[in-house]
Ligand binder design. Structure first.
Ligand SMILES: [Zn+2]
Ligand SMILES: [Zn+2]
Length: 375
């Protein structure tokens, strides 16, 4: 067994234009209740791109310490602690098994954990590169599941690539719609047709939505949204004014407005528009604002008089993972959700992979949504 592995480490340069460098780091020692994963595939998530680009940072902000990233991952069991016999559904587990797992670890002894809100444990963060210089991240060859952790078998009929984005994008939108409740016949608006938006479209459709209206500025993404369950799409280049888009949503919903609007763009300018697409007592579901300084300026009186339910989300509970797997299995002949990956790169080419992903996320003619690293 190897003693070291390669990790990609992100260095913040003076202008906050970040650069990856590869480092050979020791493997974490596997405790009796721990599991060391050999990472097989990790997706480049929109949130990774935000950090890499330094979004929200001002030139005068201090330089950040080097860090590791990567969370949309799957892998195989490389080494198991001697107390580990089963996965989290009590199926036998052995070295070499393909697995999928949440990448954060609840503490099990805090206010949120005792209520079963594992995704909201304040102490759930993994150790950072600065605290613990081991080979241990999504953009690394190994990832350590320290106890307590959750782990599930990956089914044979789903490829590594289709499982990658499950562990973030898909799991996140399932959590959102489960907590916020999409009721049968609801009209849902999805702001942004990136990875999360495409999954949100199919999940809302499968939960019994009536209209699923998807808004984006890239035609190929909107085409993909149609194949994934959208009833209507709005291209912001064709309908360029927010008021016109709000009116169109009203028109499409019999002048009522949407029961739920989910924000998956990550820029604050879309919030006001999205809130105004909600019906009276509609729900606004905020997910995308993950970078610093995403300031919004909304008249609280509008929220009150329209009784807008504003709910925010980050992370998900462990039960979502096996249910997301089943969702992908049962819809695999219905929606093209299992081939949302356009590019694969070895870890050595991680700088190229990020540049390519950044370019595709801004390019009008690119369909995709996700590039992956095979460490
Ligand atoms: Zn992510
Ligand atoms: Zn906790």
């Amino acid at each position: 067994m190897s003693k070291t592995g390669l990790s990609a480490v992100l260095f913040d340069r003076k202008d906050h234009k970040n650069k990856w460098e590869l480092e050979e780091l020791p493997l974490p020692e596997t405790e009796n209740d721990g599991i060391l994963i050999r990472v097989q595939a990790t997706g480049i998530c929109g949130s990774d791109l935000h950090v890499w680009r330094g979004d929200g940072k001002k030139p005068e902000d201090p330089k950040e310490e080097p860090k590791t990233l990567g969370h949309e991952m799957m892998g195989t069991v490389y080494k198991m602690g001697k107390n580990i016999k089963f996965d989290s559904l009590r199926n036998p587990l052995k070295e070499g098994d393909r697995v999928i797992f949440p990448y954060f670890f609840p503490c099990m002894s805090c206010y949120n954990c005792i209520r079963g809100e594992f995704g909201a444990c304040k102490f759930r963060s993994r150790k950072t590169y600065q605290e613990w210089k081991y080979c241990n991240s999504g953009f690394s060859q190994y990832y350590y599941l320290k106890p307590p952790h959750f782990i599930f078998h990956a089914p044979e009929d789903l490829s590594n690539n289709s499982l990658v984005a499950l562990n973030c994008a898909l799991a996140q939108v399932i959590e959102v719609f489960n907590v916020a409740k999409i009721d049968f016949g609801d009209n849902v608006v999805i702001q942004g047709a990136g990875g999360l938006g495409i999954y949100a479209t199919s999940v809302a459709r499968e939960m019994g939505a009536n209209k699923v209206i998807v808004i984006d500025g890239q035609k190929p993404r909107l085409e993909l949204a149609k194949k994934c369950g959208a009833s209507d799409t709005i291209d912001i280049n064709e309908i360029s004014l927010p008021e016109e888009r709000i009116n169109l949503v009203k028109e499409l919903t019999d002048s009522i407005g949407a029961d739920s609007v989910i924000e998956l763009v990550g820029f604050p300018s879309v919030l006001e528009e999205g809130i105004k697409m909600c019906r009276m007592r509609g729900k606004y579901l905020e997910v995308g604002s993950i970078t610093l300084n995403n300031m919004i300026n909304i008249d609280a009186n509008y929220l009150v008089t329209n009784q807008i339910r504003f709910l925010s989300f980050q992370h998900y509970d462990p039960w979502v993972i096996p249910n997301a797997v089943k969702f992908l299995q049962r819809t695999k002949n219905k929606y093209p959700l299992n081939n949302l990956i356009s590019h694969q790169f070895p870890l050595e080419d991680i700088n190229k992979a990020f540049q390519k992903s950044d370019w595709t996320s801004k390019n009008q003619n690119s369909e995709i949504t996700r590039a992956i690293i095979n460490p």
